[in-house]
Design a protein around this ligand. Structure first.
Ligand SMILES: NC(=O)c1ccc[n+]([C@@H]2O[C@H](COP(=O)([O-])OP(=O)(O)OC[C@H]3O[C@@H](n4cnc5c(N)ncnc54)[C@H](OP(=O)(O)O)[C@@H]3O)[C@@H](O)[C@H]2O)c1
Length: 340
């Protein structure tokens, strides 16, 4: 397979290279692309240094598949042109996720949506939605999902390299001062927030993404993408997206309302055999970071009424939330004879 990775110098791009390598994806040729800032740099792939090319200047002819993770603006600009040159595009950004002519796919849930790829582009869902879907889908299949109420705990790596840098710098700059002030119960001045709307170290910020109306774009993505992936266009979804000072691993507290009652014991049974899911008594981002499955636990009734289940999930936003699912889509396309 001749593969292109656009955004190869980024967090997701780096993870894409490692995932392709770890899963032994058949690679005849690999080309790496990023911005002009990185052109001429090298990224490692299978023990070889691959020279980074400038994405906007390159030709993509001869490639079979291009995995893009360089933001929505660049995807809108480049993806149709790349697809017109031959390769299938699997895109990690939000650019194509609401386009009815672009399948939005979670490998374990709706790979059948890959049957038609009219634009030659497949969209990878947003990282928070993604880590929930392998858990939610089998419960929906059993009991009929009516409503999701979600509160997220999103890691800073969800905002890319700059997000990771901002938390690291704020933690380091607080140092001893933070300890003293914390004992006194005072607030700590961590300097200017740039990537996040407020200081993220030692804090919890109930604003992930930007406000569109009274909701953020992240909250809208969770609703719209859940509806598309589960093929439930009227699904009632309420989501509060919260950024927390965690480097990697998105967690979500989910209350799932179903049309028929689902006992927690039956949910455990279903999730034990669900692909891409592992049970954990207390799932945490640290448990999930660097690992493939979505971890699910704290499975219990939500309140006293039947038909409501509470679960807590944690999944690696860079792996299942991005790179792993993109590579799984490519693998599914190979298995379906659409690639290679
Ligand atoms: N982080 C996550 O958890 C996550 C999960 C799901 C989806 N995504 C999506 O994946 C994409 C990348 O995220 P990330 O976290 O990897 O971000 P990142 O660490 O900031 O990396 C961004 C990458 O995009 C490249 N890039 C930026 N502007 C470009 C341009 N004009 N031309 C060519 N390349 C350009 C950068 O190249 P340079 O190094 O040259 O600047 C870098 O390789 C975003 O669309 C994001 O929404 C991220």
């Amino acid at each position: 397979m001749r593969i292109g990775v656009v955004g190869a110098t980024g967090l997701v791009g780096g993870q894409l290279l490692r995932t392709l390598e770890d899963r032994g994806f058949p690679t005849g040729e690999l080309r790496a692309f990023a911005s002009a800032r990185s052109a001429g740099r090298a990224v490692p792939y299978r023990g070889v240094e691959v020279l980074v090319e400038e994405a906007t200047e390159a030709s993509y002819e001869g490639l079979d598949v291009v995995l893009m993770s360089a933001g929505a603006t660049l995807s809108r600009q480049l993806a149709p042109g790349i697809a017109a040159q031959g390769p299938l595009v699997i895109d990690n950004s939000s650019a194509w996720r609401n386009d009815p002519e672009v399948p939005l796919v979670v490998a374990e849930v709706n790979a059948a949506a890959l049957a038609e790829i009219p634009k030659g582009i497949v969209a990878n869902p947003n990282c928070t939605t993604m880590v929930c879907m392998p858990v939610v889908a089998p419960l929906h299949a059993e009991a009929g999902l009516v409503r999701i109420v979600a509160s997220t705990y999103q890691a800073v790596s969800g905002a890319g390299i700059d997000g990771v840098g901002e938390l690291a710098v704020q933690v380091a700059s607080a140092g001893e001062k933070a300890r003293e002030l914390a004992w006194a119960g005072d607030s700590v001045d961590l300097g200017r927030a740039r990537v996040f709307p407020q200081p993220i170290a030692f804090n919890v910020v109930p604003q992930a993404g930007s406000f569109v109306d009274d909701e953020t774009d992240e909250e809208k993505k969770f609703r719209n993408e859940s509806r598309r992936i589960l093929a439930l266009p009227d699904l009632d979804v309420s989501c509060t997206c919260v950024r927390v000072p965690v480097f990697t691993g998105h967690s979500v507290s989910l209350v799932l309302e179903t049309s028929s009652d689902l006992a927690p014991e039956r949910a455990v049974e279903l999730l034990t055999s669900a692909p891409g899911v592992e049970l954990a008594e207390v799932p945490t981002p640290l448990l999930s970071a660097g690992r493939d499955p979505t971890y699910v636990g704290r499975i219990r009734r939500a309140g006293d009424r039947p038909g409501r289940l509470a679960v807590f999930v944690s999944g690696d936003n860079l792996r299942k939330g991005a790179a792993l699912n993109a590579v799984q889509i490519a693998e599914a396309l190979v298995a379906q004879g659409k690639l290679g």
